[in-house]
Ligand binder design. Sequence first.
Ligand SMILES: C[S@@+](CC[C@H](N)C(=O)[O-])C[C@H]1O[C@@H](n2cnc3c(N)ncnc32)[C@H](O)[C@@H]1O
Length: 163
Amino acid sequence: MSKESLSIADTRFVEPPAPNVFSDPTAKAELFSAGHYEKLGREVVARLPNYKQKYKSLMVTDQTEFVLGLLAHYRFPNGDRIKQVVEIGVYNGVNSLYMLKTGCSAAADFQLYGIDLGDTDFFGGAAIAESTPDELAHYHLHRACTALDVEKVLGEHNAGGGG
Ligand SMILES: C[S@@+](CC[C@H](N)C(=O)[O-])C[C@H]1O[C@@H](n2cnc3c(N)ncnc32)[C@H](O)[C@@H]1O
């Protein structure tokens, strides 16, 4: 829409273009140091059930809020949302659960890859128990793997034509 065609009566909310944090150091400092995404992420967490309490999560709340704020609101300079996340060290999967629900709401083609040394159902269990089948189609959990397997894990998914 051109500037000229906007009338004073047009009060629809138009999301401002994301500052380019890659090329503008000031924008980067403002966005990542002022608690901007933590505050946005707090609202995201508040709208979801209290999985953290239910599953006695080890996660640090500020870090979860920061990541969820990014997933829900960050846009790359080309307008894309975050579409792929690799979580190394999943534990019982509470952070995975929050990321999966938020990422799937923000981007239709979101994919979450989880990697953990653990080889039992406990690892990633909360994400598997609480996600819908649609959400689980976007969750790729790799137990009994380490950080050193990242390339292999992502390579397998990309070779399969998946996200
Ligand atoms: C602090 S917990 C992760 C918490 C989780 N991200 C959350 O937010 O709830 C650490 C996890 O990392 C896993 N881990 C430790 N070293 C690892 C490695 N080299 N590769 C993959 N997973 C590892 C452990 O098995 C454990 O589940």
